[in-house]
Design a protein around this ligand. Structure first.
Ligand code: TXA
Ligand code: MG
Length: 360
């Protein structure tokens, strides 16, 4: 009875036909950008591509619109959102202070996949920052994202456009799969370039702290502003609950299958994988291979790329594909945790629920 009533409520109040707009990522058509912006101006949600992953946008200055994001994604309300701007000038209204080190990072990395956490100003609704006194801001490089924000005339709050807990969407089809008929519009601008979410750095500390690793690495940041720290959860090999960035505590990117990361020298890793495959009771097993020359019998061999750059780009798409293929067990070799490799391993460990096997 309760279930029927809940369904009925959903049908009456939440169902909407999602409009899909195909827009040229290199030269966004102004007419289509205006159409998408009109939804946002009416406090509706629009998913759009950025250079990292697809975002689920809402007017960042409208609490009503922001609440719709949490509802559509089924996102816990204590996980704060990133505000996306089209021009550096928009930053100054959103924050109390831009320290000189942040100015340096802006000059070097914006537009691009770097998000900065700063002290928030009073115009930022508390729904965005989940009650914290800080706000995360980023200026994306993608032409569609920037044209859309410019056309709206206000900044856009945008988490990744997946349903909470699933891998972030790197293609419009992933957004449609997760959020169809729950949001007003999806802009299809093709696959995203980077494939992993932006680097998040807390600039409110004396020594800035990287809260989430991404395409912009610790080394690149340090060449611009000197020493920065990595938050302990970034490279942790087990789950750590953190109050600082509440988003860090939620299960993420998880495929339906069990996922195991095998760590060690290549020979030992290969031996362990063969042994796991031999003894597992799982019917459908996939090995995500990073070396085309390697082949494992009796399993799906899925090539995921040989460089951290390629793996970053393919990872979330491949994890979603594993669900489609009804894979029950996924095995993947660990990567060196430097540069983009640190970001890839951070996502992989979360997806695996820190299921890591040391091969000797
Ligand atoms: O690449 C990206 O950053 C994508 C695209 C769409 O721009 N967005 C994205 O948003 O990944 P989301 O909501 O999936 O991740 C935002 C991350 C979360 O880990 C959240 O906890 C953290 O940023 N965050 C947001 N505001 C914060 C704050 N005030 N303090 C600390 N962490 C914050
Ligand atoms: Mg996300």
């Amino acid at each position: 009875m309760y279930f029927t009533a809940a369904r009925f409520y959903f049908l009456i109040f939440d169902y909407m036909k999602t409009v899909i707009l195909r827009i040229n990522p290199k030269a966004p058509e102004p007419r289509l950008i205006r159409q998408a912006a009109a939804y946002l101006q009416q406090d509706e949600l629009v998913a759009f591509p950025t250079e990292t992953v697809y975002g689920l946008g809402a007017n960042a200055l409208s609490p009503k619109a922001i609440r719709k994001i949490f509802k559509a994604k089924r996102r816990p309300s204590d996980n704060p959102l990133i505000i996306h701007i089209a021009d550096t000038k928009q930053l100054y209204a959103l924050v109390k202070l831009v320290p000189p080190s942040a100015e340096k990072l802006i000059r070097k990395f914006w537009p691009g996949p770097l998000t900065m956490v700063l002290k928030k100003s009073d115009i930022v609704p508390s729904e965005i920052s989940a009650g914290l006194n800080t706000v995360a801001v980023r200026l994306p490089r993608h032409q569609i994202a920037r044209s859309l924000i410019r056309e709206c005339g206000f900044p856009l709050a945008a988490p990744s456009a997946n349903s909470s807990g699933k891998p972030s969407p790197t293609d419009a089809a992933h957004v449609v799969y997760d959020l169809k008929n729950r949001i007003a519009c999806v802009i299809d601008g093709g696959p995203t370039l980077v494939g992993l979410e932006s680097t998040v750095i807390d600039m409110t500390r004396k020594v800035p702290v990287i809260l989430r690793p991404g395409k912009v690495s610790q080394q690149e940041i340090e060449t611009v502003i000197g020493k920065v720290n990595l938050h302990s959860v970034v490279s942790a090999n087990k789950k750590i609950n953190s109050a600082k960035s509440p988003g860090m505590k939620y299960r993420h990117y998880a495929p339906k299958a069990e996922l195991k990361i095998i760590h060690g020298n290549p020979k030992a890793v290969e031996k362990i994988i063969r042994s796991i495959v031999q003894h597992s009771s799982a019917k459908n097993i996939a090995v995500l291979v990073t070396d085309r020359a390697r082949f494992f019998a009796n399993v799906s061999n899925v090539y995921i790329g040989s460089s951290a750059h390629q793996i970053a780009k393919n990872l979330f798409r491949v994890l979603r594909h594993m669900d489609d293929k009804k894979i029950e067990l996924i095995l993947i070799e660990s990567l060196p945790e430097d540069g983009l490799g640190l970001a890839v391993m951070n996502r992989l460990k979360k997806a695996a629920g820190f299921n890591i096997i040391n091969a000797r």
